[in-house]
Write a protein that binds this ligand. Structure first.
Ligand code: GLU
Length: 292
């Protein structure tokens, strides 16, 4: 059974780029007669905006992007992350790191795994890193094809729990995708280089990774990623129908058969029927349409 998901971080309202990810993951799930879940990735309270999670869910509903099963919140799942962390510790795949960001920047930006053999205690408030044994340097993406990364980049022991005690994205996302039995991850191409790290964690947990499909990232005319940080305009429910059609066009899907007055439900039904992975542009970035 296909199980997909949309996993927004509640750092602000949905913008066109996040709508595209929601629509693509929704349509791919529905076109496979699958389930589609929503998970709020509220892992990092300092970066969250009050009310954003509720606003995101309301917006999805206004766009008729209805999910199956109750919404999961990462803030409620720390116990599971702790258990996963313990599993990795038992496999001797975790070590404490005292290096500062400044030190890492000065040594070239990629962490050189220098605390590996220093045996710092895991108990203090320190960052915990995942010890890479056989780094994954390539994987097969359902849209982008074979994607390769430099060995030096993927050999970096990444952080799984931060010095401030917060769990890091890679561990939380893998833990949740396993527990929620996600079979297909459809998300923006900005997360391509997280994928080999996540696959490495799947291996440690002896779980089969999902299939991955990375859609093009919506960028501004100035070439930057649309993000809450650079004030990408929020999508408005009042323009739901035109925004949905714009998202479909961005994803290379046919829109000619959509009647001008179609409701969001109708648009999504037609789009599910017509959904074609082959039509999605095989590129990592794409300018977003001017109307947004
Ligand atoms: N929460 C992540 C984000 O908003 C997405 C995680 C994922 O799809 O794996 O960028």
């Amino acid at each position: 059974m296909y199980r997909g998901r949309f996993a927004p971080s509640p750092t602000g309202r949905l913008h066109f780029g996040s709508l595209v990810a929601a629509v693509a993951s929704y349509l791919d799930a529905r076109a496979h007669n699958g389930q589609w879940l929503v998970r709020i990735e509220d892992l990092d309270p300092p970066r969250e905006q009050p009310g954003a999670a509720k606003d995101i869910l309301n917006t999805l509903e206004a766009f008729a992007l209805y999910w199956d099963e109750p919404v999961e919140y990462q803030s409620q799942r720390h116990k599971r992350y702790e258990e996963r962390l313990d599993q990795l510790i038992a496999q001797q795949r975790v070590y404490a790191c005292h290096c500062t960001r400044k030190q890492i920047r000065e040594s070239g930006g990629v962490y050189q795994n220098i605390c590996r053999n220093r045996q710092h205690s895991l108990k203090d408030s320190v960052a915990l890193r995942f010890l890479q044994q056989q780094p994954i340097t390539e994987f097969c993406d359902q849209l982008q094809g074979k994607v390769c990364f430099p060995q030096a980049q993927m050999a970096e022991d990444f952080i799984i729990k931060r010095k401030d005690g917060l769990f890091a994205y890679q561990l939380a996302v893998v833990s949740d995708d396993i527990d929620q039995e996600i079979t297909s991850v459809v998300r923006g191409a900005d997360l391509l280089d997280s994928t080999p790290r996540q696959i490495a964690l799947y291996k440690c947990f002896q779980e089969k990774p999902p299939e991955y499909l990375h859609i093009p990232l919506a960028i501004n005319p100035d070439g930057n990623k649309l993000s809450k940080q650079n004030y990408a305009p929020a999508i408005e429910a009042a323009q739901a129908r035109s925004q949905l059609v714009a998202a479909l066009a961005f994803l290379g899907q046919a829109t000619a058969d959509i009647p001008p007055k179609a409701s969001c439900e109708e648009i999504l039904t037609i789009a599910t029927y017509q959904w074609s992975r082959e039509r999605v542009p095989r590129t990592r970035e794409l300018p977003c349409p001017e109307t947004t």
